[in-house]
Design a protein around this ligand. Sequence first.
Ligand code: BV8
Ligand code: ZN
Length: 236
Amino acid sequence: MPLTLARQLLADAEHIVSFSGAGLSRESGIHTFRDTDGIWTKVDPMKMASIDGFRDDPEGVIAWYDERRTFIGAADPNPAHLALASRSGMIHVTQNIDRLLEKAGAVDVIHLHGHIDRDHCFAECGYEEDVDPLHPKGFRRCPMCGAPMRPSIVWYGEMLPEREWMRAHLSMAAADAVVVVGTSAEVYPAAGLIGVAREGGARIVVVNTERSAASPLADAEVLGPAGEILPELLAP
Ligand code: BV8
Ligand code: ZN
């Protein structure tokens, strides 16, 4: 029984890290990227989530992110977020740009791809500011240098934030067990961290509604919605 095996692997582990993707927030009403109703089936990621796409149409990209911001800002944590947050001492490495793990009470969350409640100057002059996702500010220019402001989210072709990358890499390499939840594990370099954990000796538990690129790395794989499985998997 995969759930029993998965629970056993976690019971034997001291340092447990979660590695999550958009599937973790699916039961909070936030669409994933690559499912049949996913975000990338409706917009071209290279137009909406890349530097060139922003250069070509900054107003269009900001409008798209502001629409997502209001939706994400209004979302509530689901039982999967609450189950992860309930395990004190866990480090949460996430590709997600929402703050639902923090809203659920998680204290140590590492956002590899940035988060949706921050903007910074496209010219990287150093100016940045918080944005209330429920009251997005629309297209505007940097008050310091006049360049456009952009969401502080990692776009395709962009480096991941150095500090977050280093901490995530160290945490995954040192983990005894990793709960990989709700990710297709197709986006690099983030997905490569699952292999880093495995090489460091961690047991890998995968929770997903379907098989993914993480499946071959799993010591235990439990198929089903994270909101149903994680509360059972992580129950004391
Ligand atoms: C980099 C921010 C280079 C946007 C994201 C060509 C050109 C440029 C780059 C590349 C290229 N080819 C390859 C690359 C590298 C590229 C990459 O990996 N591309 C992939 C697509 C092949 N990576 C990059 O560009 C990265 N940067 O490489 O820089 C570089 C190197 C050196 C020096 C300078 C530069 C940057 C990657 C970050 C891109 N930004 N998002 C936004 O969010 O608006 S990526 C995007 O994908 C999201 O961040 C998301 O988190 C991430 C991964 O997706 P998932 O979270 O896994 O979501 P997905 O829909 O795929 O899967 C959901 C899963 O959940 C499914 O398996 C589903 O079954 C499951 N599920 C659904 N419901 C549930 C569930 N599971 C459980 N319960 C449920 N209820
Ligand atoms: Zn500026």
